[in-house]
Ligand binder design. Structure first.
Ligand SMILES: [Zn+2]
Length: 286
């Protein structure tokens, strides 16, 4: 069994990466502009299968002492292999009712699928949910423009839009929309990192001299670090996503920042190192 819970400290703040499960993707969705043979060669070089790319979903519970903050809610019932967040939250000693802030980094189904329970009620009843205003407006609007996403129409309607319609409107009374970089509770800052989606956020956690930057979906797979020009089908604003990615990674490498990334191998904690040729590589925390 792969590990599904873990903990580490950032100064006085306790962090608990919690698996929500994983999903097997056709490799062409993660790496869309790469000839198949070249991609297979790269996957093999990383010791990975060539027929699917496993996207792991790792949420993060952050306990500051005063607050219990959850970063994203996983895929919920989007697949038989997802929806493990609540069980793993309990394993970490926390009930859903104790969560007082839920950060929704963006509106994709693998991040918001667990915001509501099977009856359509908020799964974290005592929490304020926080999302970037532009992101909320995009996904709750009449007809979000998903034309730049090269996924079949069927997936756009039956999964992506269906999840947004099911999981966001019930939060209306608990949602707080932000429009500028803000501290959501002491030690946890929300940063705009647009591109993957219009209002995608990164989350900076800091306490004392210690810090970690959660880049959520600014980078989807460690191979994207080494091959920065390899695109994925999910980035909605591709040029912006590439620019955001470069800014974050240049800074992260120069400052040796501790990073987390939602779809990286569990528990997703590590650092990036600039390569001599181009790009970066991933150094998972020991
Ligand atoms: Zn994602």
């Amino acid at each position: 069994m792969p590990r599904s819970t873990y903990s580490f400290k950032v100064g006085d703040i306790e962090c608990f990466p919690l698996s929500d499960g994983s999903f097997p993707y056709p490799p062409g969705l993660f790496f869309s502009n790469v000839p198949q043979r070249r991609l297979e060669k790269e996957l093999r070089a990383h010791g990975l299968p060539t027929d699917t790319v496993t996207g792991t979903y790792t949420c993060l519970m952050i306990s500051t002492g005063r607050h219990k903050v959850l970063l994203d809610t996983g895929g919920g019932n989007m697949a038989p292999s997802t929806g493990e967040l609540l069980r793993n939250l309990e394993k970490a000693g926390t009930r859903a009712t104790e969560i007082d802030v839920v950060i929704l980094t963006h509106g994709h189904p693998d991040h918001i699928g667990g915001t509501v329970d099977t009856e359509g009620k908020p799964a974290f009843p005592n929490a304020r949910y926080v999302m970037w205003k532009e992101e909320w407006d995009f996904w709750t609007g009449d007809s979000p423009d998903l034309s730049s996403m090269q996924v079949p129409e069927e997936i756009k309607t039956s999964l992506i839009m269906a999840t947004a319609r099911r999981c966001l409107p019930p939060l209306r009374r608990q949602i707080e929309l932000i429009e500028k970089e803000s501290e959501v509770v002491a030690g946890i800052r929300l940063l705009p990192t647009p591109g993957h989606t219009p209002g995608h956020m990164a989350v900076a956690i800091s306490s004392g001299n210690d810090a970690v930057l959660h880049i959520t979906d600014a980078v989807l797979h460690p191979i994207h670090l080494e091959q920065p020009e390899w695109q994925n089908v999910f980035d909605l604003v591709k040029d912006k996503a590439a620019e955001t990615r470069r800014l974050i990674l240049d800074r992260a490498a120069a400052e040796r920042l501790n990073l987390m990334a939602y779809h990286f191998p569990f528990p997703t904690l590590g650092r990036v190192v600039a390569r001599k040729t181009h790009g970066w590589h991933w150094e998972p925390a020991a």
